[in-house]
Design a protein around this ligand. Structure first.
Ligand code: NAP
Length: 281
């Protein structure tokens, strides 16, 4: 599709950004709907982030996604944001409305949507959450919305896990060390285990984990997405346990952002096809 002076522009700010699957997903949706819009990846370095945010209104972008490492910083920089972005302390999309910027976060809604589509056993159950960063905060909100009874947070930095726990007291959170994930008694309590760290990204190993103690049907979910099953998911799959990576979360958070940017529902299957092609699936 030709880009003209009338083409509406959206995009993503990240560092790095070249690996992002979002341009493929959003542009596939524009093409499927025949919309005169385009989605552009912008490599924004930390030093340029405030200027890049100002540029959204200055050059008339309709909205942008925010990805690593900028989500928390954008939440600190924007005056207007949704209650959800404030709770998470992170913004993953910025909308431009009549010259004003507004931050929102679709990660928790995207993850909740995917966990529901996957029929993950969460309502009334205990979950183990590995990590305490922005993705983990989105996972806590998704678990709360889906009715989890209790969440055990395991993180390298205990203080960060305690801060996250304090924001979600209703989930009766307990904080543990990563080393405790090798304790069969702990693993046996969980109906779902979510990895919200980059551990095992690429071909690296995951931390020692008591897979053998997992209950039958215990659901393993990795926020990382890749062409092949991740090192966190592989041992679970080998034991016949249900498992999924974060491609679905990426798809649904992107679909929600598309609707915010453009005011129309996206063609989900076109976005899914573009994402899977990008992931070589
Ligand atoms: P973040 O805010 O930087 O948090 C990273 C978390 O991982 C922290 O808990 C950190 O522990 C832990 N961590 C990092 N490196 C570690 C290591 N070598 N050993 C032990 N723990 C380590 O990042 P994030 O935004 O939450 O992202 C986490 C993962 O989720 C990333 O892989 C990201 O790509 C993925 N993600 C996916 C989606 C999706 O749509 N599928 C959305 C969001 C995020 P400390 O607190 O000790 O530093």
């Amino acid at each position: 599709m030709a880009i003209t002076g009338g083409t509406g522009l959206t995009g993503i700010f990240g560092d790095p950004v070249a690996h992002s699957a979002s341009p493929a997903m959003h542009n596939a949706a524009y093409a499927a709907l025949g919309m005169d819009r385009a989605y552009v990846p912008f490599h924004v370095l930390p030093a340029g982030l405030p200027a890049a945010l100002c540029a959204i209104t200055a050059i008339g972008l309709l909205g942008v996604n925010i990805t690593v490492p900028h989500k928390e910083r954008v939440a600190r920089l924007l005056k207007n944001q949704s209650a959800e972005a404030r709770l998470l302390g992170a913004v993953n999309c910025v909308l431009s409305r009549r010259g004003e910027l507004f931050g929102d976060n679709t990660d928790a809604r995207g993850l909740a949507h995917d966990l529901t589509a996957l029929d993950a056993p969460i309502k009334g159950q205990t979950a183990i959450l590995i990590g305490a960063g922005g993705g983990a905060a989105a996972a806590m909100l998704a678990l709360r919305r889906l009715g989890a009874r209790r969440v055990i947070i395991a993180n390298r930095t205990r203080r960060r896990a305690r801060n996250l726990a304090a924001r979600f007291k209703g989930l009766h959170p307990e904080v543990r060390a990563l080393e405790e994930l090798n304790d069969p008694r702990l693993i046996g309590e969980a109906a779902v285990v979510i990895n919200a760290t980059p551990i095992g990204l690429g071909s690296g190993p995951f931390v020692p984990f008591g897979y053998e103690a997992a209950r039958p049907g215990c659901f393993f979910y990795d926020l990382i997405y890749a062409a092949e099953p991740t090192s966190f998911l592989r041992p679970a799959l080998a034991r016949g346990l249900p498992a999924a990576d974060g491609a679905g979360m990426l798809l649904y958070q992107g679909a929600l952002a598309f609707e915010l940017f453009n005011g129309v529902k996206p063609p989900l299957e076109a976005m899914r096809r573009a994402l899977y092609a990008r992931l070589n699936r």
